[in-house]
Design a protein around this ligand. Structure first.
Ligand code: NAP
Length: 168
């Protein structure tokens, strides 16, 4: 059985990692859909789809279960988004989300949706991590070691600061 977990993962952090580990208790394989794949180089979406795929693949490569990280671009039409997701991903039976729109769209498509709550939400938050990168705070403790390496490899902190300087 395969489960789908959708997010933007800007960046993939320890809270997301914990959600994937919890999903693995339920299913044999996990499909991580990297949403808003067309977005990058903005304060809210600093990392490209390829960079996010690399973060997720490396952070989870030591797991026994197979994880597929698949970029999924946004669509202007919510009504056909689930079909779009299906067209990009390996087949899945269950969706894990607590995003109300995603729950609604998959339930209307007769897919089983299970709640997944982010671990230590106050600490592990994409927004907090991006702010710390920009402001010089400690973001490294909030992401898996492999994600830290990807951010450094692409000079991600400098990118965020340059975007901020341009007031995007
Ligand atoms: P999001 O917009 O990336 O995140 C919304 C908020 O939920 C963020 O603060 C996020 O925190 C948080 N969050 C993520 N996983 C969570 C969890 N397990 N428990 C509690 N909070 C969680 O939304 P998303 O749900 O992560 O990603 C949805 C993706 O689907 C987006 O890329 C969206 O554009 C796409 N989508 C597209 C369409 C369309 O194109 N028509 C329709 C539906 C959805 P973090 O920042 O810490 O992750």
């Amino acid at each position: 059985m395969r489960g789908l977990y959708v997010g933007r993962f800007q960046p993939f952090h320890k809270g997301h990692e914990r959600v994937v580990d919890d999903i693995m208790d339920d299913v044999d394989e996990v499909v991580v859909a990297v949403g808003s794949a067309q977005k990058s180089h903005t304060l809210r979406n600093p990392f490209t789809a390829g960079e996010r795929v690399s973060m997720i693949t490396k952070a989870l490569e030591d797991r026994d279960e197979t994880v597929y990280a698949i970029p999924v671009e946004d669509l202007n039409r919510n009504a056909v988004w689930t079909t779009h997701v299906r067209s990009m991903c390996p087949p899945f039976e269950t969706v894990y989300s607590n995003n109300p729109l995603i729950v609604r769209l998959f339930e209307e498509d007769d897919v089983e949706v299970r709640e997944c709550v982010l671990f230590e939400r106050d600490r592990f938050s994409g927004r907090v991590i991006r702010e710390r990168m920009r402001d010089g705070g400690d973001w490294r403790a909030l992401v898996p070691d492999e994600v830290e390496k990807v951010v450094d490899e692409v000079d991600g902190v400098r990118r965020l600061r340059d975007l901020d300087a341009d007031d995007y």
